[in-house]
Design a protein around this ligand. Structure first.
Ligand code: CDP
Ligand code: CDP
Length: 224
């Protein structure tokens, strides 16, 4: 039987990573966090003072480092020269740079090739912005997960709060909306729902409820 692929796309804070990880665990599929891959490139730009608008410099930088991704019980891990940088990827500085880095054709092409390799030999749940449209256009099931921007920002605010940072909601709404606008308006692989994606609005829903909705779609498709 061919590997099964579940693509989950949507804007920041819609709950993609949380539900993708839970669905993958329930089905015993590999979870691939493509946002973490773009964040790793943004993190490297910041760490090595590489201009995020210069695609050639970014590719040159990537060629100089050993970048690998691993799935573990703690989630999707990014290793740079054998050092786990996963925690640094959630830094607000990385969030502010990542959509600039992700707009370059050369960067996307390299990461897309990597992402497709994961899905070639094993069943995956992959989340991002262009999984159903570009990375895996033949994915078995495509979900476009949304939630209203205020709720998405509140979710992020709770995360910041857990980590001891008190950030005003308005500031988060603005940052999230700006990143969504950049992701949706870029020329290459913009954030948008695939024509055959199933839309799920997670506003007011727990992650568990969204997971159940996705698992019932998997059951209906007789692929799980
Ligand atoms: O977790 P959050 O929704 O905030 O973002 P993420 O999934 O970690 O993705 C970070 C950024 O990477 C996005 O805002 C996009 O700019 C970029 N990205 C992308 O362009 N294509 C993907 N398939 C995944 C992420
Ligand atoms: O990956 P994405 O940016 O779409 O969102 P996430 O990182 O999975 O979720 C952002 C936050 O919202 C996390 O702290 C989740 O626990 C929380 N969440 C939620 O409150 N309700 C949901 N239905 C899904 C996620």
């Amino acid at each position: 039987m061919y590997p099964v692929s579940i693509a989950i796309d949507g804007p920041a804070g819609a709950g993609k990573s949380t539900v993708a990880r839970m669905v993958a665990k329930r089905l015993n599929f590999l979870y691939v966090d493509t946002g973490a891959m773009y964040r790793t490139v943004a993190y490297l730009c910041i760490a090595h003072s590489v201009d995020a608008t210069n695609s050639q410099a970014i590719i040159q930088m990537l060629n100089q480092h050993d970048v690998t991704f691993q799935m573990s019980d703690d989630g999707f891990k990014a290793l740079v020269d054998d050092v786990d940088v996963s925690v640094q990827l959630r830094d607000p500085k990385v969030s502010a740079h990542v959509s600039t880095v992700a707009a370059h054709h050369e960067v996307r092409s390299r990461l897309t090739t990597w992402q497709r390799t994961f899905a070639k030999t094993q069943s995956v749940v992959m989340d991002g912005r262009d999984i159903g449209t570009v990375v895996l256009p033949d994915a078995t099931i495509k979900i476009f997960l949304t939630a209203d921007v205020e709720e998405r920002a509140r979710r992020r605010q709770r995360e910041f709060c857990k980590n001891g940072h008190d950030v005003p909601l308005e500031e988060i709404i603005q940052a999230v909306a700006e990143r969504d606008a950049r992701d949706s308006s870029r020329e290459i692989a913009p954030l948008k729902a695939a024509g055959d994606a199933i839309q799920i609005d997670s506003t007011g829903k727990s992650a568990e409820r969204v997971v159940d909705e996705i698992l019932s779609l998997v059951e209906d498709a007789h692929v799980g």
